[in-house]
Design a protein around this ligand. Structure first.
Ligand SMILES: NC(=O)c1ccc[n+]([C@@H]2O[C@H](COP(=O)([O-])OP(=O)(O)OC[C@H]3O[C@@H](n4cnc5c(N)ncnc54)[C@H](OP(=O)(O)O)[C@@H]3O)[C@@H](O)[C@H]2O)c1
Length: 318
């Protein structure tokens, strides 16, 4: 089954996830969707110093939004902020230093942030594919800690503040790579068998899609979506998938093509009129499973995922 899923997915990727896939899809875009004045709206973007996150921050800053960059590295974050302010002429760009793989830091940030700021849109963009098995200081597998647990804690801790806002939204940057995985709720931290960073990452991205669906059904006041940016040429792809990058580099999307659907979900009125909880690619809701892939998990497993995350989140709450 995994050979079938990988083969179907790769062919689909060559058609849809590349730069030419973007250009074909973009013919259907309504450019007016992004003609929005964002002044007074506050956006929290994780992993915003680079790649898709920075390109998203740029589009939001240009439209006058209040931009909060949540990054782990002070120098890289400061450099991104200066570039964003200079290019957008928007002074409302703020840096917060948070390592998303540290549950304690995510909790502390979310609690202090919501005491002194409003938030209209959360963009869960920070992500990693760590290929050698690594545990965080808290003893959590690094991919899971960053992509799933960090996203879970940040989102759930900010939900009360989001509910105070008008037209609140949460966008989670997942990956089409999740289509090759059925969630394995009994091995969330890749403890069984030989460790494979690509598969751990794809599991995390599947978990993000499931969480988005669950949050949407539990918090009707907030518009949730997950999305796939396509294959974009970013530092993450260059560093974590060097062979893929070398083979595909002429076909990859630019960072701003990768960011287009994130921006559209975050700012356009058309996006928030779509049902909550869906998975998007190139401004369209798309299926979360490949045909005949048997990748659906049971409602009990999805409930269990949320229960385990709640337990872990509670364990690390300062
Ligand atoms: N590019 C693609 O083709 C593609 C495809 C599917 C999905 N995605 C997803 O798109 C998102 C953005 O990735 P990208 O491709 O734009 O790569 P990128 O340019 O490397 O950006 C990743 C961002 O996440 C940050 N990050 C990673 N671990 C972090 C942590 N523990 N705490 C805080 N920030 C952390 C990175 O910070 P540093 O600069 O400090 O490392 C960086 O700012 C990811 O969720 C990725 O999975 C990308």
């Amino acid at each position: 089954m995994s050979f079938y899923r990988n083969a179907v997915w790769f062919v689909k990727g060559l058609q849809e996830y590349t730069k030419s896939g973007y250009e074909a899809a973009a013919k259907q875009f309504n450019t007016g969707d992004l003609d929005v004045n964002l002044s007074g709206r506050s956006f929290v973007i994780t992993g915003a110093n680079s790649g898709i996150g920075k390109a998203t921050a740029h589009e939001i800053a240009k439209r006058g939004g209040i931009v909060h960059l949540v990054c782990r590295n002070k120098e890289r974050a400061q450099e991104a902020k200066e570039e964003l302010v200079e290019q957008s002429k928007n002074q409302n760009v703020h840096v917060h230093i948070v390592d998303m793989s540290s549950a304690r830091q995510v909790w502390e940030f979310a609690e202090s942030f919501s005491k002194s700021n409003s938030i209209h849109v959360l963009i869960n963009n920070a992500g990693c594919m760590v290929n050698q098995k690594e545990l965080t200081e808290e003893g959590v597998e690094k991919n899971f800690a960053t992509n799933t647990l960090g996203t879970f804690i940040l989102t759930t801790a900010l939900i009360p503040a989001l509910k105070q806002a008008q037209d609140p939204r949460v966008i989670t940057v997942s990956s089409g790579g999740m289509l090759v995985q059925k969630m394995n709720v009994d091995d969330l931290q890749s403890e069984k068998g030989t460790f494979d960073g690509t598969m751990a990452y794809a599991q995390n991205k599947r978990q993000q899609v499931i969480l988005t669906e669950r949050w949407a059904s539990q918090h009707k006041e907030i518009h949730f979506s997950s999305m796939h940016p396509g294959w974009a040429d970013t530092p993450a792809v260059q560093l974590s998938m060097p062979d893929f990058h070398a083979k595909m580099k002429n076909k990859l999307r630019t960072e701003s093509m990768g960011a287009d659907t994130v921006v559209w979900l975050a700012v356009s009125a058309v996006a928030s009129n779509q049902p909550s909880g869906l998975f998007f690619q190139d401004r369209m809701a798309v299926p979360t499973h490949l045909p005949l892939a048997l990748s659906r998990s049971s409602p009990a497993d999805e409930e269990k995922l949320q229960a385990i995350l709640e337990q872990l989140a509670h364990k690390f709450k300062p």
